[in-house]
Write a protein that binds this ligand. Sequence first.
Ligand code: ZN
Length: 591
Amino acid sequence: MPDFAQTVKQQADIVKVIEGYIRLRKAGAQNYSGLCPFHKEKSPSFSVHAVRQFYHCFGCQASGDVFSFVAKIENVTFPEAVRIVAQKCGIPLPKREFSSPEQAAEARLRAKLLELHEIATAWFEEQLRSPEGAVAREYLAGRGLTPDGIKAFRIGYAPDSFNALRDRLSGMADNETLRASGLFSSKEQGDGSLGPIYDRFRKRVMFPIANEGGRVIAFTARTLETGDKAGAKYINSPETPLYSKSLVLFNLDKARASIRQHEFALLVEGQMDCISVYLRGIQNVIATSGTAFTEQQVALLRRHTSQVVVNFDPDAAGSNAAEKSIAMLTEEGFTIKIVTLDGGLDPDRYIRERGVEAYTQALRGARRQADYLIERARLLFPGASAEQKVKAMNFLLPHIRRMPEKLARDQFAADAAQKLGIDSAVLREELRQAALKRRDRVETRAATLTEVERVLLRALAITDPEDERARRLAVEALAQQPAWFEHLGTYAAMQALAVRQANDPIEVVEDLEQRALLAEALLAETKPPLESEVESAIQEIHERAIENRQRDLRALIAEAERRGDFTELALLTQQKLDLDRALRQLHRGGA
Ligand SMILES: [Zn+2]
């Protein structure tokens, strides 16, 4: 860990930082608990250890230090997380905060690209107000946008020119940077090199795409041409160092406060739908921009809510992307409701033609996901024949299996059986099986720790030099008698801890299950174990090792007797007597 990160970690209070995101309650002498922000849950299984400065979730096994928490919840890299934590704690950033020249160069490029996008946005806005922008203003008015709405979303106009934006920006950055901005295109030359750059967006209405912080990082551009010259109706910025389509949810910057307040997000497909609905007062709305949700987008959204009302276009393509998104959200434990607007209208047209009251009403009438899917199954496979029922059920089974909670699966399966009129015992059994076990993902329940393991893990995790002797006892026992410990579920964690240098105990255990068990032991601790406690834990381990060996020997002895192998029998019996004696001595010594 770089020095600066180390300094920040020492000064930052993980409890305070995490409390900035979720509500924590004191749960013990040194720990706090709350609802995990990384998975959906109703009772808190997320813990924060105030002294050891780590968090751990017993539900989804997420764990780590203050930086990994911020990196995960803010969806940023480690260096960015360090900067965020430093800022939260009022620790001044060092002049050079980058660990490599490449990182510094990348940060400079990103800063420059943000600046270029800001200037481009303002310039497009200006063009929209210019005489040439009249055709765009007309188009926007036709879509029901007022000047205030245009201003709120910073909608602009790219004039019909190959060099107007280039001329505006050329003095502000070198050619390489302008290329990297995604605002320009160029043609490949005969020799494979890239030709001169020209404006990518021409005669188009420009919709800025902002990151969660509200800074413009890309554009969606709608053509105003008609006929052959028009090209694609919408074009987007390409992937750039600033913008990755799969990492952005359109309007999340404006919607997030409202999403938290209403405890759900309204998800629509198109940006125009999103803008239109937002400007009419329903502010917790975001858009996917016409493609299925990505895992990263789900993660982005989860930080604000775990409930989504989906209102996608009713056309076939819409339904396909909708189903993929719904599948993804379901798997991640979101609660989903689905709106279908009558008249086959998209949200933009519906709200403009029928008003915000009617739209709000439609949202209230959103159907539970299960009901929606069963209805779709019935539409796709109509009729009461056995064959159609099998098809309908096969359509539903993957959806049922995807739901993380057994109760929900049971309910879904029961509803499906009833509504599809499935009376065949075989089909019912298939539904029951689907509900019984969630496919693909095995629910990992952490194994329970024994008291002995708790003591040993806590001893091995000791960081205070004053308690070093207790730690040494455990380290030496592990090194000298590994066979005593091998059968323990936490053996891997113990080995990692035993050889660690001055590192943070949680960090050295890389296996997530092992880390979870360690976290469990540490979260329960109030102070490190005494030497005497460690000694008796080791003795108990030793005894158990002997007992295991005795059990093995008893089986071997019985087997030798059965075979009539008296040489073997004598040998085994002697071994067993030796062990009995060793165990007696151990007991006496321990007493
Ligand atoms: Zn969790």
